[in-house]
Design a protein around this ligand. Structure first.
Ligand code: NAG
Ligand code: NAG
Ligand code: NAG
Ligand code: NAG
Length: 250
């Protein structure tokens, strides 16, 4: 009798594993190895039109199970003309995604909502350029599997030419995202530059706004040990972001 229970238990466990979509699903928030860049209110504040600089470069994608995506990119590129002058770029986009039968993943951003902050310190006189950003992205295919070394889900995206992106690791499931509807409705999609960045605001109101936003998510953090250091820094992240933006707009 006892053996039967064991066998049943093992069988139900096996079927749970086999039937579990979450093993291969895009659903969740994924972050690159630096584990410092996450989609959601910690990266972009749509109300204040603020992109907040993470402490390290990296990228993050979030996917819902109803075809919405969000991406956050913080990239620092060497300046070919002057190695002392790296160029930094922050990009936020969200919208809908399409998954074809052959595995190709297409991200269709909401054109009016994308934002880019480009910092070229040796050439922009200390003023970063804040602008709209609208770029459809096509990934030829992707894999989701458990990374043997870290013991976490790993998402590998392949660019349209077949070359692999840096691997991403599951950080939150459900995902940590801003609202998925259009955040900045305007009549003219290509319209004027966002103006929010030019207004000066008190540091206190920015911090409060950041805190308010942070509570608007139902995200669940995955794997405590893997992200704990990032979580610990989370509180200071907002301040760093506010600090650098304040520096930029002053
Ligand atoms: C899947 O189909 C699309 C066109 O429908 C094509 O652009 C893409 O390259 C295909 N992907 C693969 C992996 O063959
Ligand atoms: C930076 O300042 C110099 C001198 O004031 C000016 O000639 C140049 O156009 C400025 N560059 C930018 C990108 O604003
Ligand atoms: C979480 O990640 C660490 C590596 O950073 C790994 O040792 C551990 O087994 C993982 N735990 C779970 C529950 O996946
Ligand atoms: C956004 O980009 C897509 C293709 O990348 C293009 O079809 C669309 O017209 C663009 N929209 C705006 C408002 O620039």
């Amino acid at each position: 009798m006892i053996e039967t229970y064991y066998i049943l238990a093992v069988l139900s466990l096996l079927s749970a594993v086999i039937c579990d979509d979450s093993q291969t699903s895009l659903y969740g928030t994924w972050s690159s190895k630096s584990n410092q860049v996450f989609t959601g209110p910690g990266f972009y504040d749509p109300v204040e039109e603020l992109l907040k600089e993470p402490s390290l470069p990296g990228l993050s994608f979030s996917f819902t199970d109803d075809q919405h995506f969000e991406e956050a990119i913080y990239q620092v590129k060497a300046n070919p003309r002057d190695p002392q002058c790296p160029i930094a770029v922050l990009i936020y986009q969200h919208g809908t995604y399409e998954l074809q039968d052959n595995g190709t993943l297409t991200l269709n951003p909401i054109a009016v909502d994308g934002r880019q902050l480009l910092s070229d310190p040796c050439n922009d006189n200390g003023t970063s350029v804040y602008s709209r950003y609208n770029q459809t992205e096509v990934y030829k295919w992707f894999t989701v599997q458990v990374n043997d070394y870290h013991g976490v889900y790993e998402l590998q995206l392949y660019q349209s030419d077949g070359s692999p992106m840096q691997p991403l690791y599951l950080a939150y499931r459900p995902p940590m995202m801003l609202p998925t509807e259009t955040l900045n409705p305007t009549n003219t999609g290509s319209g004027s530059q966002p103006s929010g960045s030019k207004q000066k605001r008190s540091l206190r109101s920015l911090v409060r706004r950041g805190l308010e936003n942070r509570h608007k998510t139902n995200a669940v953090k995955r794997n405590e040990s893997f992200v704990s250091s990032a979580w610990f820094k989370w509180g200071s992240l907002g301040l760093i972001g506010v600090g650098s933006i304040a520096f930029i707009i002053t």
